[in-house]
Design a binder for this molecule. Structure first.
Ligand SMILES: Nc1nc2c(c(=O)[nH]1)N[C@H]1C(S)=C(S)[C@@H](COP(=O)(O)O)O[C@H]1N2
Ligand SMILES: [Mo]
Length: 455
């Protein structure tokens, strides 16, 4: 920490979680050709939410200025003079009511029905690297279920000596491990391939979460079933939901760090994240993290199922589709300050963000405040873990002039996160998946941050 920078006045930021869809996003929604009725509904409900937030004084909370005459100091508050509430044994503990605007959000009009949609994580509101379970992003192909664990089974079959069927009790009696890993949907930042599409980090990067997962190594179950490791080069993972989600995973990965998990952040998985059992495939795009996992088959070639032959493929500039590019390459994003937030004063800011790589650990993160002309190295918070989110911070003094904030991550293989231009030279602009380009947030003279594409 550079105290010299801190001795500057500390800048104030309007984090504005309640003001989640700035005006430009609403007009963007309109461009997408929504019907009049839907457009009217969206505008009403979003404006309604902002109006209600201001009325409830949430906006002014962010603006509160401390001083000797501050009523918060000189007036006795209810919580200093009365008996508090009894222990909160029931229901399951929930966040403060003052944090109610920090929620998962759907991108309006992204899919026709919510059962096949995405709920984006509010990255702008997180600290450290762990995603709170109730704010983990969600992506379902055909809705979610709360499956009775007593009726759930896992089968291991295919090229094995002894096909096995496990109950949840059978699995949970095995020697378990707990590991922290990020999960990122391959389509994260997918709306930004051609041009700026969405205004906030929740929508640009919110198909990203990181939790501590508990379960057994898949290698143990394969060993128990006597998998044929000479001929068996791949495994197929299959989900128990109606989407028929199936993904091929190379045997080296299956034997390396793939886990079959029931635990997330110290408790059972949430139903929307695959309760009671899901696959964790560290470093690989979310779609392979099969939820409601019911079957693992050992085979000698990729299955080329719909979710790997026709979907989750990269459209290359020559018009051909590239398949099985499943690893999430090194990427980073500044989460605070970020699109939709506003710097209210000049002065010191702690610029904070997340970096990750599907190929290993984060080695270094550089930050630029001038659109990529100059870079400084950020501080990495510990722990810095393999195939996990890493939190970075850097001091910045805003002088009131327009600025462009960017972060660039470098992983333990030496790979450097590419600028937009470089990624597009190789990949074109018609892809959906695997956009790991450097993100730019423009700071206007009024301190407002917006999503821009430079470099
Ligand atoms: N059975 C099943 N597994 C699934 C899916 C699904 O629809 N059904 N969606 C996949 C996709 S595309 C992603 S990105 C991740 C999302 O996991 P989450 O909802 O826990 O964030 O789950 C994957 N596993
Ligand atoms: Mo996904």
């Amino acid at each position: 920490m550079t105290v010299s920078k801190l001795s500057q006045k500390i800048g104030r930021i309007q984090r504005a979680p309640e003001n989640f869809l700035p005006a430009d996003f609403r007009s963007d929604v309109t461009k997408d050709g929504l019907t009049e009725a839907r457009r009217g509904f969206l505008q009403k409900s979003f404006l309604g939410a902002v109006g209600a937030a201001v009325a409830a004084g949430v906006g002014s909370r962010a603006l509160a200025q401390a001083g000797p005459d501050d009523p918060a100091i000189v007036t006795k508050q209810e919580w200093q003079t009365t008996l508090g509430k009894p222990v909160a044994v029931q229901p399951y503990g929930t966040p403060s009511t003052y944090e109610k605007y920090l929620q998962r959000r759907e991108s309006p009009g992204l899919t026709r029905v919510s059962a096949s949609s995405v709920a984006f994580s509010p990255l702008q509101g997180f600290f450290g690297i762990i995603t709170p379970s109730g704010l983990h992003f969600e992506r379902h192909h055909q809705g979610w279920y709360d499956i009775d664990p007593n009726k759930h089974r896992l089968m291991i079959n295919g090229m094995v000596k002894k096909p096995l069927v496990f109950t949840m009790d059978d699995l949970m009696r095995l020697p378990s491990v707990s590991r922290i890993h990020f999960i990122e949907c391959g389509a994260n930042t997918g709306m930004e391939w051609g041009n700026v599409a969405v205004p906030t980090v929740q929508y640009t990067h919110g198909m990203l979460s990181c939790c501590e997962f508990t379960g057994v190594p898949l290698s143990l179950l394969l060993e128990m079933a006597g998998a044929d490791l000479k001929k068996g080069k791949f495994v197929l993972a299959e989900g128990n939901d109606g989407s028929g989600m199936t993904r091929t995973i190379p045997m080296e990965m299956a034997l390396d760090d793939v886990l079959v998990v029931w635990g997330m952040n110290g408790e059972m998985l949430r139903p929307e994240n695959g309760y009671p059992l899901r696959l964790v495939v560290p470093g690989v795009q979310g779609v392979s993290w099969v939820k409601w996992l019911r079957r693992i088959e050992v085979g000698d070639k990729p299955w080329a199922t719909k979710d790997e032959a026709a979907h989750y493929i990269d459209m290359m500039p020559d018009g051909l589709h590239r398949q099985y590019s499943s690893i999430q390459e090194c990427k980073s994003v500044i989460t605070t300050p970020s699109g939709g937030q506003q710097l209210l004063t000049t002065g010191f800011y702690n610029v904070s963000g997340l970096a990750w790589s599907g190929r290993g650990k984060i080695e270094r993160v550089d930050v630029s405040v001038d659109g990529g002309k100059n870079w400084s190295t950020a501080r990495l918070e510990s722990p810095v873990l393999d195939k996990s989110l890493t939190r970075f911070n850097i001091d910045w003094v805003w002088d009131g002039k327009p600025a462009i904030l960017q972060s660039r991550a470098i992983d333990s293989t030496g790979y450097v996160q590419p600028p937009n231009r470089m990624l597009r030279e190789k990949r074109g602009t018609r892809s959906i998946y695997h956009n790991n380009a450097i993100q730019s947030w423009q700071v206007g003279e009024n301190g407002e941050l917006s999503n821009v594409q430079v470099g």
